[in-house]
Design a protein around this ligand. Sequence first.
Ligand SMILES: Cc1cc2nc3c(=O)[nH]c(=O)nc-3n(C[C@H](O)[C@H](O)[C@H](O)COP(=O)(O)OP(=O)(O)OC[C@H]3O[C@@H](n4cnc5c(N)ncnc54)[C@H](O)[C@@H]3O)c2cc1C
Length: 405
Amino acid sequence: MQPSTERPNATQSGTISFDNTEIAFRSKSDSELNRAYWLFKMIASNTLVKVGTPITNFALNIGLPITGIIKKTIFEHFCGGETIEGCDHTIAQLAAQHVGTILDYSVEGEETESAFDHVCEETIETIQKAATNPHIPFSVFKVTGLGRFELLEKVNAKQQLSPSEVEEFERVKARVDKICHFAHQHHVAVLVDGEHSWIQDVIDDMARDMMMKYNREKPLIYNTYQLYRHDILAALKTDLYLAKESGFFLGAKLVRGAYMEIERERAAEYGYPSPIQPNKSSSDRDYNEGIRFCLDNLDRIGFMAGTHNEDSCRLLAMEIDQRGIARNDSRVYFAQLLGMSDNLSFNLSESGYNVAKYMPYGPVKAVMPYLFRRAQENTSVAGQTSRELALITREKKRRKTKAGR
Ligand SMILES: Cc1cc2nc3c(=O)[nH]c(=O)nc-3n(C[C@H](O)[C@H](O)[C@H](O)COP(=O)(O)OP(=O)(O)OC[C@H]3O[C@@H](n4cnc5c(N)ncnc54)[C@H](O)[C@@H]3O)c2cc1C
């Protein structure tokens, strides 16, 4: 797609507020709001998440009939459905509030050639869907969905590959190219997710190759820049330089980064300097600088701010207005994950900015690793769960008062 031009009445002045819980939870019925409340209450308990994860896995593996419960609770909150068509209802719900969908096939773990081919075909189907649905502005994939992690690690470390590994790696590159070629043919933008630093050079190289090939007319392939790494702001600048030199458009998804703990642990274990910033405020500083840098170079860059950070969203909204950029300019997007930070997504979209949400989907059992990570992230990202809980509680109270209950 390309972003819709029909927008709701935008607030044309003043600083954006993310406090309006009526807007944030408009699409949720009372019972859905209650479910979200209990869900985040449970997630807030570190112990429950720690204990619940292996128990749920065990129960699923021995075939206990818990899929139904999972589906009705955590799955329905964080996922769109089990299939692309199964997501239609949620896509329409978001679209009703002018929020786009990014279909994210979130099946993880199986490392066979047929599983990689299947992920490639499924991703192509999401692109096909996006090509015919104006409410799906991007598709997305992870390179580890298309090739073995250990193989990528070996290539990243510039280790000698065996002849069969050389062929295997060629197949990974062919899958990436197949997806990007299809996206180019159908004019659908595609995000390449960022992963662990010890495979990220390979991902960056592939994404750059794809940008050089398919971003000749406009930004279509977007690589991810994880600004919790101290070297990534510089990498973003270098990539822009390359884009200018080589005549392509840069697509950039800016995130802080999801693998901080494991990155630090690995660096300590193998005795190399951690790639992660020394502290949170350095990550925040580079993230916000990345936003300004992209805005400064909008003639060559299309970018997405993938973040649940209120200050960064406020900064981007403010900069868009101050620079006189149209709020629905297709080169700038905000993005959050389904089921999280709805106060940011819906208040931004209500004000006329471009917003999309990652919508994970797949069979319940197969997306469990994704759901466990969401639960763990919500316990580990300081403040995220209490923020969600405070907003839901406020909205519950507001509805009660309004109904005179
Ligand atoms: C739409 C979307 C797409 C995403 N795609 C990716 C992706 O492709 N790859 C990926 O890795 N992540 C991705 N993420 C996750 C993202 O990187 C963050 O982990 C998550 O969004 C939390 O960061 P934040 O900006 O939302 O907000 P905040 O809550 O303000 O920031 C938390 C983040 O700050 C950083 N941080 C926290 N403490 C410290 C510290 N002491 N020192 C240094 N840094 C610190 C960490 O990155 C932490 O995750 C995505 C997130 C969204 C919303």
